[in-house]
Design a protein around this ligand. Structure first.
Ligand SMILES: [Zn+2]
Length: 113
């Protein structure tokens, strides 16, 4: 627990026990803030801005590479392999712009030549 003093200084009054957020709730919070977690490096990156929640990620990998954006894709068979099935038939995943460039930039070079 933190206390904000009248002079604006923040002090810790009571330490919180260590806890780990529930993955689904964490994912929902990240999504609502228009961020996504990269499936490759695990970092959280901005996937949307303004009125759009996905204008910084592309569904087309070639466009993601050329426009230096993140990549969004869906897994369709993973849910069938899960013991606890999700309500959806698909699982959405993201790759951050850095990983898109690091892993796939050479694909665009090959496509152009
Ligand atoms: Zn990444």
């Amino acid at each position: 627990m933190l206390a904000i003093k009248p002079n604006g200084k923040v002090v810790e009054v009571l330490a919180s026990p260590e806890h780990k957020p529930m993955p689904e709730m964490r994912a929902e919070l990240i999504e609502k803030l228009k961020y996504a977690q990269c499936s490759i490096c695990g970092s959280v990156f901005k996937k949307g801005e303004g009125s759009s929640s996905n204008n910084k990620v592309m569904r087309n990998l070639y466009k993601a590479i050329s426009e230096e954006k993140g990549y969004i894709y869906w897994l369709w068979e993973v849910n069938n392999r899960r013991k606890k099935k999700l309500a959806y038939n698909y699982i959405r995943r993201y790759i951050c712009p850095d990983c898109v460039q690091a892993l796939f930039r050479h694909i665009n070079v090959i496509k152009k030549s």
